[in-house]
Design a protein. Structure first.
Lengths: 110, 320
């Protein structure tokens, strides 16, 4: 009898220094093969997967108003704090990644 | 799957930096409000010309002139569908819908169609707004009459109002949106019916002389302008090839909300209309620019139709 493989424990990873973020905007960052978007928002720093859930364009090239990220290709709109869809043509929420700031470094729980 | 937007392409090619792009993408309500103030003055002047010439032969040129301004509400609607005209997002929806009513293009429907136009620009069978390079000068002239345009545009609206979504529309309209665009078509037709009823009840022909006839007279101008954006350019995915920017004068740029900078717009649809001249400076040599403007573009199209220049749609590498 074999045990089911244990679920890998999520751990905090250093992502990018706060000082290297585009101030008040969205910064593209890679973590391994993952393309992530780091939002320096009005309510703090949040992180999501960088690709739009509609047409897979890179949201880091889109317009960020401090709370909402707009896709550069079709102008679909997401809440950059929760990933919620705010406007068509996007329909699926953005996948957010838990993030924190430790000693001037943005960290993500993956 | 990596989806490369034109912006991504331009950034990777080093044509502009992220900082430059982000600076160009800055939004504000002020430029559009100033533009709209000028717009209302222009509309007032051409509308007054119609009023002043009622009952004379000069009414027809006056209505044509006024109609040129009226049909250019499409340019504002187009910008609003990209949410770049106003920083305040709902203002884009409001003005987009108002302009859509004026030019008879339901705004939400147009927005979905236009999304696919930006995804599959100039690719046959995929770009829902593709205007084919006509096969002959007669077909070219037929398109410019705007008869095919009205037939497809109004026909489509009536079809949707009856609750039907055509197979062509199903390509770019997700099922979840069908009720929205059906309801929108019904609402637009209800507004038109109300205007008709009000006109009959009050015995007013204002809608006819200031809106409908000018629109019919001037829609060929808009068709001719729309042709210059992509017609005669190759049917390839490369944005440096498939779109044409047309240099023109300040009055036309004002009327078309800088949409003559069409290649720049396709490169970065998130850049507001008022920043497109600055983006044009950045992308010089990178996108296709027709120095001869709209006339130059039509000369090129006609050269292709008459065999004096190879047809762009038959060019090697043109995608079906």
């Amino acid at each position: 009898m074999t045990d089911a493989p244990a679920r890998r424990q999520k751990v905090w990873h250093d992502l990018v220094a706060v000082a290297d973020l585009e101030k008040g905007d969205v910064t593209p960052v890679s973590l391994g093969a993952r393309e992530l978007a780091v939002y320096d928002g009005l309510d703090g720093i949040t992180v999501s997967h960088a690709r739009c859930t509609h047409g897979a364009a890179n949201l880091c090239d889109g317009y960020f108003d401090g709370r909402r990220i707009e896709c550069p290709l079709h102008q679909g709109l997401f809440d950059a704090r929760t990933g919620a869809v705010l406007a068509a043509p996007a329909r699926l929420p953005l996948r957010m990644i838990e993030a924190r700031v430790e000693r001037g470094m943005v960290q993500v729980l993956i | 799957m990596e989806v490369k937007t034109p912006i991504t392409q331009a950034l990777q090619d080093g044509v502009l930096s992220r900082q430059e792009l982000k600076a160009l993408m800055r939004r504000s309500d002020l430029p559009a409000l100033r533009h709209l103030a000028g717009w209302l003055v222009l509309l007032g002047v051409t509308g007054f010309l119609v009023h002043a010439t009622l009952g004379s032969i000069w009414l027809w040129p006056a209505m044509f002139l006024h109609g040129i301004v009226v049909v250019h509400h499409f340019s504002l609607q187009h910008e609003c569908c990209h949410y770049t005209v106003f920083r305040t997002r709902w203002l884009n929806d409001l003005f987009g819908t108002l302009c859509g009513l004026i030019v008879a293009i339901p705004h939400q429907y147009f927005r979905y169609e236009h999304c696919d136009h930006h995804t599959h620009t100039q690719l046959k069978g995929h770009d829902p707004e593709l205007i084919e390079l006509p096969m002959s000068v007669w077909k070219y002239l037929w398109y410019i009459t705007a008869i095919p345009y009205w037939r497809s545009n109004l026909g489509g609206m009536i079809t949707r109002a009856f609750g039907r979504i055509s197979d062509a529309d199903k390509v770019f309209l997700p099922k979840e949106t069908w009720q929205t665009v059906i309801g929108e078509a019904r609402a637009y037709l209800a507004v038109y019916a109300a205007i008709l009823a009000l006109s009959v009840a009050t015995g007013s022909a204002a809608a006819l002389w200031y809106w409908i006839v000018p629109s019919l007279l001037a829609q060929p101008v808009m068709r001719a302008i729309r042709m210059t954006e992509h017609v005669g350019r190759p049917n390839v995915a490369d944005m440096r090839e498939n779109t044409r920017t047309n240099m023109t004068n300040g009055l036309v740029r004002f009327l078309c909300w800088n949409m003559n900078y069409h290649a720049e717009h396709h490169y970065a649809a998130s850049v507001p209309y008022h920043a497109l001249p600055r983006l044009h400076e950045k992308l010089k040599g990178y996108v296709h620019v027709e120095a001869g403007g709209y006339i130059g573009a039509h000369r090129e199209i006609l050269r292709q139709l008459t065999g004096r220049q190879p047809r762009a749609d038959l060019r090697s590498g043109a995608a079906e």
